[in-house]
Design a protein around this ligand. Structure first.
Ligand code: FES
Length: 315
């Protein structure tokens, strides 16, 4: 018997004459569709594993480029082997980047080498998606990229600044007092939370890469409290409890949220064992993010969706 899995869900039996769409609908699975005849493209899905035979369809429903990238029409595809597919995320509207002037409300020590910068936004605030970042300029420092640590609806905009790698940044942060102006330009980045991403959510954080992961975790837990969400944190140096209290509070409020503190190599190894079909967000030192990408590319089973931006303003 040939089977079909959607976004890592349970196996669905596919009858000999059924298309993927027919098998999915017969099993009660929620798969988008429209014309059911290869004309509209509404049933486009990503083929993660397995082989399909695809019948003729309109070019407007599926382009050659999409086919080359592994997209198929569920209504025109018959399975030739066990097949794993993933729903395509609906296009997300990202807020347009803007340049605004905010005001320092508070600078708070979050760890030996991490400062929390809390800003009062101007009226109208700054729209962003959890996981995005902004270029932040203050105290004559050239703007540097920092991820939003909070959510768009929070009363204050929050960034976590790793000050261990730059004496100049540490001095600039130390000089800030409430009322000082801060220029923000953003939001930027595509590695943001998408509610429709498949599978369990895995978050991998190193250094101040924890900031965007806190933002993503809060958004995901608010939107889908039952979705398993696991955060792997590269164990901070002895005595550094940066982020520990926030993580403890989140885990207390959400039984589906699990936190693991591990050494760097173990984070990737242990995380990789649990991210079959998952969506993985990663932020932190470039070497950590690179190993997450590598592990995802070589892990067995349906590949994880990895979301990580390539900026490196972390400690
Ligand atoms: S449902 Fe219209 S192309 Fe498949």
């Amino acid at each position: 018997m040939i089977t079909l899995r959607i976004d890592g869900g349970t196996a669905i039996a596919v009858g000999e004459t059924q298309t993927l769409l027919q098998a999915a609908l017969a099993a009660g699975a929620d798969l988008a569709y429209g014309c059911q005849s290869g004309l509209c493209g509404a049933c486009r899905v990503r083929l993660l594993q397995g082989e399909v035979e695809q019948a003729a369809h309109a070019a407007a429903a599926l382009s050659d480029g999409e086919r080359a990238r592994g997209i198929v029409l569920a209504c025109r595809s018959k399975a030739l082997s066990d097949v794993w597919i993933a729903r395509l995320p609906r296009p997300v509207r990202r807020p347009r980047p803007r340049r605004i002037s905010a005001v320092v409300a508070e600078v708070r020590g979050l760890g030996p080498q991490v400062a929390g910068l809390l800003l009062d936004p101007p009226p109208g605030g700054l729209a962003f998606l959890p996981g995005q970042y902004a270029a932040v300029g203050f105290a004559a420092m050239p703007p540097r990229d920092f991820s939003f640590a909070g959510l768009p609806g929070d009363p204050r905009i929050e960034f976590h600044l790793g000050t261990g790698g730059s004496m100049r940044l540490a001095a600039a942060v130390a000089s800030l007092v409430p009322g000082d102006p801060v220029i923000l330009e953003g939001p930027f980045g595509v590695a943001h939370y998408c509610p429709e991403d498949p599978g369990p959510l895995v978050l991998v954080a190193g250094g101040t890469g924890l900031a965007p992961m806190l933002s993503v975790a809060r958004a995901a837990l608010a939107a889908s409290p039952q979705r398993p969400t696991r955060l792997f944190r590269v164990r901070p140096p002895t005595g550094d409890d940066y982020g520990a209290e926030r993580l403890r509070q989140l885990a207390e409020a959400h039984p589906t949220f699990v936190v693991d503190d591990l050494p760097s190599e173990a984070v990737v190894r242990t995380a990789a064992a649990s991210w079959e079909g998952a969506t993985v967000h990663a932020a932190g030192p470039p070497a950590l993010v690179e190993s997450v990408h590598r592990a995802a590319a070589t892990s067995p089973g349906p590949p994880a969706v990895v979301r990580a931006d390539a900026f490196t303003a972390v400690a």
